[in-house]
Design a protein around this ligand. Sequence first.
Ligand code: SAM
Length: 277
Amino acid sequence: MQASASPFRYPGGKGFLSGYLASVTDSIASDERLYAEPFCGGAGAAFNLLEEGKVAAVHLNDADVRVYSAWRGIVHETERFLERIAKAKVDMTEWHEARELLETTPPIGPYSFDVGFAAYFINRTSRSGIILGSGPIGGYRQTGQWKIDARFYRESMSKRVAWIGLNRAKIHLTNEDALVFLARAPDRMNLARTLLFVDPPYVEAGSRLYLDAMSESKHSALADMLQSGRYPNWILTYDNHPLIHRLYRDLQRRVIRVNYSLRTARKENEILVESIK
Ligand SMILES: C[S@@+](CC[C@H](N)C(=O)[O-])C[C@H]1O[C@@H](n2cnc3c(N)ncnc32)[C@H](O)[C@@H]1O
């Protein structure tokens, strides 16, 4: 299994948990298992599970329309997306244009193919991989050892995008607040055979990396929902923060090490909580 079949780079990406998530899906008694991520970001693990045949379909949700638009372009306008990858000029002019488009697009709003491609372009050409607040690979003057196109691997990116397009019937996308997505989930999927992988923004410093549409009361509402008994199979990862230990005190919490920088081997502790009995 490759590190991640996702076409994105994503700080804190959970592709490395795919093996573990796969073993958990095996414990769900069904031959048509589903997988859902309410905070999908780069969805590091979802496509590994789909590719391996561990799950029959995936539901990906993200509240940020820039992230959602990238996914929707990839899944539903695959040919157009592939053409943009093939023809993209990977230079500082394009980088500034894409960045400008993202900065002037509010996180909540309508789908736009161009915004989606800009988010993907910035993800592949910026140092931390995140769509806002990170400089270009190689620096603004392009004097670094690596240049802006160092991670724009047209061939492998296109392969991943094309594979996703071919499998679009098994991929469901939504652009909702995670709490709304969870509230609607029982109408959309059979929860008894669904594994929910919940990877919210960090309680602390989450906003530095991506849209953080969470607040302390929403972290708390999420904990109530997950522990309500309505969702039989879920796995949650968070920063190792006292609030999370408090909110999930009745469940076992394990510390895991997550590669949090795309540039260095810096790792951070996260905690993993699971409902699975
Ligand atoms: C930690 S990242 C997910 C990383 C992902 N699991 C991976 O492996 O790449 C969190 C994501 O949640 C999204 N987000 C932030 N607040 C949200 C909310 N209230 N509802 C849904 N998504 C939200 C952000 O846009 C971001 O993409």
